[in-house]
Design a protein around this ligand. Structure first.
Ligand SMILES: C[S@@+](CC[C@H](N)C(=O)[O-])C[C@H]1O[C@@H](n2cnc3c(N)ncnc32)[C@H](O)[C@@H]1O
Length: 345
């Protein structure tokens, strides 16, 4: 039965959310200009107009609402928790902006290395990704991550993650969720695990991430819901048994990995998946996915500390997945995200 009330609720909620983050996006741009820190980099490749970006953004929100209408997942509120707490995070993000921008001006991505949690993590990881204070290794960064990312994407991060729920819904048809295990690799602050939990209250969920602070944030986001098993570990050496997962997801991880680690992680994903299991990948567009947008991808690592993004943007993901035994099912783009669905033969 089609859920038209749910569809309307989802569309209205997401449109309001877009308005909120669009306003924050403009505010941070204005503040960046005011601090004299606007990026002067001019991409050589084409960039989309604001109208093109907004048209694709609107299409994403429409598809999200239609998925709710079609019963693929229930309507979802993305900002769990008290609104005042959320506004407090917005204030903290604005207060953190001058520090992050001055690190960008001096190409300094070293605050993560000074965190106590940096001991024992790989060197490629102990950097200030996005010029976030503390990289992924501080509580403050974990607290601000979602509001920073949603501000950058004008509220699209949550609906881009949710595109992964559609192939999962197709995979789940005829399956009993109580018998299904899903592993979210690099679960970060748990936004996607929460979405999965809202759609599948009885599924067994595991989240893997190298950041204890981000896993702690996941715990908070899952409050009031059945939890997930959270594992502090590297994605390239997951303490998870061979062929034990029905579904593995990886969202916005690969662009932050060196090329050789991408391949190790892919091998690990294939190892933990059961034969016939589902791999759902969501990450940034790559060069050529939307040729008129290539300039955005070119400019991204000039605005944010993303040391492996350039290599990601031209990496051959098709071949990488195929080499690991992950056979193609579908590939599609959704606003700034690329969704790749694979199954283990
Ligand atoms: C851009 S965030 C994406 C987080 C989350 N999946 C999301 O949708 O927001 C990247 C995440 O990958 C984690 N990460 C990066 N390299 C990792 C690795 N080698 N093993 C495990 N986690 C890693 C970081 O700690 C961070 O939480």
């Amino acid at each position: 039965m089609s859920n038209t009330v749910g569809m309307a609720t989802q569309l209205a909620g997401q449109t309001l959310r877009f308005g909120f983050y669009y306003g924050l996006n403009r505010l941070t741009s204005w503040r960046t200009d005011q601090l004299g820190q606007a990026s002067r980099y001019q991409p050589s490749r084409p960039v989309p107009s604001l109208q093109e970006l907004l048209a694709d953004h609107a299409q994403l929100l429409l598809s999200d609402a239609l998925a709710v209408r079609d019963g693929l997942y229930p309507p979802m509120e993305d900002e769990a928790g008290a609104p005042l707490g959320h506004l407090f995070r917005v204030r903290q993000m604005l207060a953190d902006l001058p520090g992050a921008l001055s690190r960008r001006a001096t190409a300094d991505a070293s605050t993560a290395k000074a965190e106590p949690a940096a001991t024992g993590v790989p060197d490629y990881y102990a950097q200030d990704f996005h010029f976030q204070t503390g990289g992924y290794l501080s509580e403050g960064s974990a607290r601000l991550y979602d509001v920073q990312v949603e501000t950058l994407f004008m509220g699209a991060a949550a609906p881009m993650r949710r595109t992964a729920l559609t192939p999962i819904a197709e995979f789940m048809r005829g399956r009993d969720q109580r018998t299904v295990t899903l592993v979210d690799v690099a679960c970060g602050t748990g936004r996607f695990l929460r979405q999965v939990r809202l759609a599948y209250p009885a599924m067994s969920l595991k989240g893997v991430d190298l950041s204890q602070a981000y896993l702690e944030e996941t715990r908070k986001h899952m409050r009031g819901l059945r939890g997930a098993e959270l594992i502090e570990a590297a994605a390239e050496a997951m303490p998870i048994a061979d062929a034990s997962a029905d579904i593995v997801t990886s969202i916005f991880l690969y662009h932050e990995l060196p090329p050789e680690v991408r391949r190790q992680v892919t091998g690990e994903i294939a190892r933990v998946l059961k034969p016939g299991g589902l791999f759902v990948f969501v990450d940034s567009l790559q060069m050529g996915d939307k040729p008129g947008w290539d300039g955005l991808l070119e400019g991204f690592p000039h605005r944010f500390h993303e040391p492996y993004y350039r290599s990601y943007a031209i990496d051959d993901l098709e071949a990488m997945f195929a080499d690991a035994g992950l056979a193609p099912q579908s590939t599609s783009t959704h606003y700034l995200a690329k969704l790749m669905v694979r199954h283990k033969a």
